[in-house]
Design a protein around this ligand. Sequence first.
Ligand code: C2E
Ligand code: CA
Ligand code: CA
Ligand code: CA
Length: 280
Amino acid sequence: SKELGRNRLSYFTQALHDEARNRLQLINDMRSAIENKQFELHFQPITKLVSGRICKAEALIRWHHPERGMISPAEFIPLAEESGLIVSIGDWVFREAAATAKRWCELFNHELQISLNMSPLQFQSNQLNIEHWLAYLQTIKLEARFLSIEITEGLLLNANDDVKNKLLQFRDAGIDVAIDDFGVGYSALSYLRHLDIDQLKIDRSFIQNLDTAQSDLVLTEAIVIMAQKLGLKVIAEGIETEAQRQLLLDIGCDYGQGYLFSRPLPAAAFEAFFISMQNS
Ligand code: C2E
Ligand code: CA
Ligand code: CA
Ligand code: CA
C-alpha cells in the first residue's frame, strides 16, 4: 500500500505538472494570437422587450486556436489577466468593436449600440490608454454613444481615484457604462449613488428560475424598480424561455438578452439576422 500511495502521489504530481504546462503553453500561444488573427468577436443581440426590436449587441471574444480549435473566453481570459496580456487583447477588442459599430452605422438605418467587456485588470493597468481609444473613435468618425463598456461590481467596490477618473473619462466622452452580472457577488449598492452608471445587467442566475422560484422574481422586480428610479436602463441576461421573457416584460424590464433571441453570432451572421428581424 506504500507502493499504491507513491503511485497516487506521482499521479497527482504528474497531473499538476501537465496542468501548469498546459497553462504556460496557452499563455505562450496567446502572445501571437492577435497578429495571427486568431481572435474574433461574436455579437449577441440585445432586444427591447416591449417592441421586440434589436437595439444593442454584446461583443464576446472567441479564440480559434490552430490545434485546439475554439477556446472559450471563460478559459483564456483568466490566463490573459494573469499574464498581463489582457491589456493588448482588450485593446484589440475595443478597436474591433468600434470598427464594427462604425460599419453598422453605415449599413443600417438604425441605432445599434455595441457593448464590450472590460476586465478590472485593464483598469488597474497603467498601460490602459483611453486617450488613444478616443482618438481612434475620432479617426474612424464614430460617435461614442454607439459604444458601452461592461464592468463588474468588484471594480467599483474598492474603486480608487485612478479607477474613478478612468470611468469619468469614458463618461465624459459619451461612452455608456454598464454593470455586468449584477446581483451576484458584492452588491454594495452604495456605489450607485456616486458613480455615473447607465445600465444594469441582471445576472443570468436570477433569470434562470424566474418562472419557478418566487424569490428570484421578487428580487428581479426589486432590482428593475430600483434601477429605473435611479435612471438606469435594465438588461436581463440569459433569457432562455418564453415564460421568462413574459415575466420580465410584466415587471417592466427594458431589455433582454439570451438564447431565446439568439446565441452570439459572427458579425456577418449577426447582420443577416438583424436584417431578417427588421423585415419581419
Ligand atoms: P458575460 O460577460 O457574462 O457574457 C455572457 C455569457 O453568457 C456569454 O458567454 C454568452 O454566450 C452566455 N450567454 C448568453 N445568453 C445565454 C443564455 O441564454 N444561456 C446561457 N447559458 N448562456 C448565455 P461567453 O461568450 O462564453 O463568455 C463568457 C465570459 O467571458 C463573459 O461573461 C465575460 O466575462 C468573458 N468575456 C467574453 N468576451 C470578453 C472580452 O472581450 N473581454 C473580457 N475581458 N472578457 C470577456
Ligand atoms: Ca458581459
Ligand atoms: Ca454577464
Ligand atoms: Ca452616462
